[in-house]
Design a protein around this ligand. Structure first.
Ligand code: PEP
Length: 328
């Protein structure tokens, strides 16, 4: 764990739980929701925490209404895993965004790889995004490459998904957009292959560069980026703090409240080594301030800033990222 400049108490991380098609019954869903409600309270403003956490549960459609009632007057939020591209009428089996809004859904996931593989095209995803925005609800747009090739073609795939998915939005709509970067090859793995915090940081820089190219600086800076793909209690701290993301989208590790809570704990509560590094950095800052001396250059920060400068100049991180892939 290294000291990161964004490790501060004011940061609020969104920790979204994608329950997928679980649990099998409403009775189990109720029990689980009560546990998540407790977690949401505990990490809303935990003492000595690095950050406060916003718990968001995305259950299957039939459980949304009851879970919303359970979460009433608590900081826990309810989201949906998908939405119809249509706004109503003779569309058997579909659920409109207005319906979700009327249940108190705060966020809707769109473009999840499991929906893309069930037939959602970029065009359909763009329409769904528009439906969610129209109902004043936050949308979590999932993007991610299926494979990583040595030539860095996957970066173009991500750019294309981003461009197509956001195509129907105006700049003003971006206050409701969250991007979830979920490399498809990392979703649902049992062999611990989530992206490392370092590699994820490269992707976060790349996505922000794409947003800058497609829109503007303020959208590139302000848009929240989540990571999803085999997050576990063991890798969550590295992913969040070294990856510099604004939260997580967690699948299987959110099926059990205990595992989800372990992830929250490892993100929010400082480990011994990171605390020592943080305190040392704070002491150094205080000394610099008191002595009014020129701060010495922090090497790790210098590296990131150099990376950002390259990105700003228009040089994609392709070379850095593909070099990494080659060494794998
Ligand atoms: C997901 O389905 O969004 C996901 C990230 O799944 P998992 O955490 O199981 O890889």
């Amino acid at each position: 764990m290294i000291y990161c400049p964004n490790m501060h108490k004011n940061k609020k991380l969104l920790i979204a739980a994608n329950w997928k098609m679980t649990p099998p019954t409403i009775q189990e869903a109720r029990k689980k929701a009560l546990l998540f409600k407790g977690i949401a309270k505990g990490y809303q403003r935990a003492a000595k925490a690095k950050a406060s956490l916003q718990v968001l549960v995305c259950p299957p459609y039939p459980f949304i209404s009851e879970i919303r009632e359970i979460f009433r007057n608590s900081p826990a939020l309810v989201g949906a895993q998908d939405v119809s591209e249509h706004d109503g009428g003779s569309k058997t089996g579909e659920v409109a965004s207005t319906m979700l809004q009327s249940l108190g859904v705060s966020h809707v996931v769109v473009g999840h790889s499991e929906r893309r593989s069930a037939g959602d095209t970029d065009e359909v995803i763009a329409i769904k995004l528009g439906q969610v925005i129209r109902t004043n609800t936050q949308v979590i747009l999932c993007i991610g490459e299926t494979v990583r090739d040595e030539e860095g073609e996957y970066l173009n795939a991500i750019k294309a998904q981003l461009k197509a998915g956001l195509a129907r939005l105006s700049n003003a709509d971006f206050s409701r957009v969250i991007i979830a970067y979920e490399p498809v090859w990392a979703i649902g793995r049992t062999d611990n292959v989530a992206l490392s915090g370092h590699d994820l940081h490269q992707m976060v820089i790349y996505i922000r560069k794409m947003l800058r190219d497609l829109y503007n600086d303020s959208i590139a800076t302000a848009t929240k980026i989540l990571y999803g793909g085999s997050v576990t209690p063991d890798n969550a701290e590295d992913i969040v703090w070294n990856g510099e993301v604004d939260g997580l989208l967690i699948g299987r590790a959110s099926f059990e409240a205990n595992t989800y809570e372990a992830i929250c704990k490892n993100i929010a509560l400082p480990t011994h080594s990171s605390m020592i590094m943080r305190e040392a950095a704070m002491r150094k800052m205080k000394t610099i301030k008191n002595n009014k001396t020129k701060p010495s250059v922090d090497k790790s920060k210098e590296k990131v800033v150099k990376g950002m400068k390259r990105v700003k100049k228009g040089k994609a991180v392709r070379s850095a990222v593909s070099k990494k892939t080659k060494t794998r």
